[in-house]
Write a protein that binds this ligand. Structure first.
Ligand SMILES: [Zn+2]
Length: 239
């Protein structure tokens, strides 16, 4: 488990250090991983969480450096989607929970059990999607190494909220209009009368705004459940 986490963070740290043209890349990465292990032991937290914290601190430093110098060695992931429009995601099946939260945050995120794991990178490339994976082996694939496919490796040791925060920060994504958490379809405002039989009577008494998923026809309203989700999203985006 720890070996897989280190392999994933090794890749993440390496990508960060490359952006600022760091010399002796492997030395720098080993140093950061060592610091993460020390922090985990000192704070009594999991290695995944310690490395995630250290990663975020390093990312912020690199981001500031790139902003100040106006120079980066390679494409900066957090600037990538400001002009291209919002990314779409293909998630490995273990990230179904994250996919649901990404949809609530307004992004299309697909999970397709029919695609064998080893085919996911090629499929993401074919679709033009960002691949979200917990598998560190994927990071060694040629299409990832040569930069054709953007992969965001997500530690399985983190909570879904932490995973969501990490992806949003990695790519500098804002919260957008919520999409259907079940399928990712867009939500369309609908007249209360048109869906009245489907509204629980107690909800109908105090709410007048309703939405239908354009893809799966599920009914949504901004009740307490929705408000709880919105709060979690704001916390994840601000963390
Ligand atoms: Zn839907």
């Amino acid at each position: 488990m720890d070996g897989r986490i280190e392999a994933g963070f090794r890749y993440r740290f390496r990508e960060l250090l490359k952006l600022v043209g760091a010399k002796r890349l492997d030395f720098g990465v080993d140093l950061l991983l060592g610091r993460g292990r020390e922090r985990a032991a000192r704070e009594g937290e999991s290695l995944g969480r310690a490395l995630a914290g250290l990663y975020e601190e390093t990312r912020q430093k690199v981001k500031r450096r790139v902003e100040v110098t106006g120079c980066s060695f390679g494409e900066v992931p957090w600037e990538r989607f400001s002009e291209e429009g919002p990314p779409r995601f293909l998630c490995d099946p273990s990230l179904g929970g994250l996919a649901r939260w990404l949809r609530a945050a307004g992004y299309e995120a697909f999970v397709d059990d029919a695609i064998p794991g080893h085919r996911l990178p090629d499929e993401a490339l074919r679709r033009g999607h960002v691949l979200l994976t917990t598998e560190a082996e994927v990071l060694l694939r040629r299409i990832v190494v040569d930069g054709s496919l953007l992969v965001v490796w997500v530690p399985s040791a983190l909570t879904r909220k932490e995973q969501l925060g990490m992806v949003l920060r990695d790519l500098d994504l804002d919260l957008r209009e919520a999409r259907c958490m079940a399928c990712g379809g867009g939500l369309v405002a609908t007249a209360k009368d048109a869906v009245f039989p489907r509204i629980p009577p107690r909800t109908a008494k105090w709410l007048d705004e309703y939405f239908i998923c354009a893809r799966c026809d599920r009914l949504f309203w901004r009740g307490t459940h929705w408000q709880r989700i919105a709060r979690t999203l704001e916390q994840a985006a601000a963390s």
